[in-house]
Write a new protein. Structure first.
Ligand code: CO
Length: 291
């Protein structure tokens, strides 16, 4: 990796880290979900950076992929476990980082995903396997009495690419993928009081473009035009300028032009915590860009 690219990853990481830490401090009982999301996304743009994906704010059993809908009326409530997952990009070089805010009495649950992330980061160096990082995650979470979410993983990053190899599991599986110097990836342990597996809910607020198929319906064409500058990175329904365009989204998913990201949730009534950092592998360890 050349110095110019390294600097972009590090700048994106610093912006993401500081905005996430400050944003987390603003989450309190009664605060508007929509206002929080919009103010954090605005701060990214004010820093001169791009939003790599809509700010994910996922509550309680929801692990990932929720964000504010247009006119969202939700407010944070007593007992909520709030995951904030922020993606910032500079010329497509991405920083992906997440934290959890507890509005109840779940400090051990939060500690589990945080300790798991720290342990995995300490284990990163060239030559170790992705599976061994998963073992570190699993051990920290299970020794506190929770389950890691087995079907959510950390992921490699590249320019305008949010998910590529290596996959970093949250359980000690047999993945023999060897970590190499220069790899860039996000590590994101999830700890849960539930089953340890997420499924898809009906709710869909986040989409990305996956093909350039021509579309004929005018509203669908407006959607594709308005997201053409995303370079394939995800966008939010909330970002569309005209609510009439909402109706085109399911059609565009069915035709293979867009991919939808349903909200991913563990069993009803469970609680999920998440912590995430982006790392760049060095000769003897890693740089954490988002800390
Ligand atoms: Co991530």
């Amino acid at each position: 990796m050349n110095d110019e690219i390294l600097e972009k990853y590090q700048n994106a990481g610093q912006i993401a880290g500081s905005i996430l830490r400050n944003g987390a401090k603003e989450i309190r009982i009664g605060v508007s979900y929509l206002e929080l999301v919009e103010s954090i996304e605005t701060r990214v743009k004010e820093e001169g950076a791009g939003i790599a994906f809509p700010l994910n704010v996922s509550l309680n059993e929801d692990a990932a992929h929720d964000t504010a809908s247009p006119g969202d009326l939700r407010v944070f409530a007593k007992g909520d476990v709030v995951k904030l997952d922020l993606g910032v990009e500079i010329d497509g070089y991405i920083a992906d980082t997440a934290t959890t805010v507890d509005l109840g009495n779940n400090s051990l649950l939060l500690q589990a995903s945080e300790a798991a992330l720290d342990a995995a980061i300490r284990a990163v160096r060239p030559g170790v396997t992705a599976g061994s990082l998963g073992s570190a995650v699993q051990e920290e979470i299970e020794k506190r009495g929770y389950r890691p979410i087995a079907n959510l993983t950390g992921h490699g990053l590249d320019q305008y690419v949010l998910h590529r190899s290596p996959t970093i599991p949250n359980i000690g599986n047999m993945s023999g993928t060897v970590i190499e110097e220069g790899m860039v990836f996000a590590i994101e342990p999830f700890a849960t009081t539930g089953s340890g597996h997420v499924g898809e809910k009906m709710r869909r607020e986040i989409y990305s473009q996956i093909s350039n198929k021509p579309v004929r319906i005018p509203t669908a064409r407006q959607v594709m035009q308005s997201i053409s500058g995303r370079n394939g990175l995800p966008f939010s329904r909330r970002w569309l300028s005209d609510r009439k365009q909402d109706i085109a989204l399911p059609t565009l998913v069915r035709s293979g032009a867009l991919h939808a990201y349903p909200v991913l949730a563990d069993i009803p009534g469970s609680l999920v915590s998440q912590h995430e950092h982006t790392v760049i592998v060095t000769a003897d360890g890693c740089i954490v860009t988002t800390r």
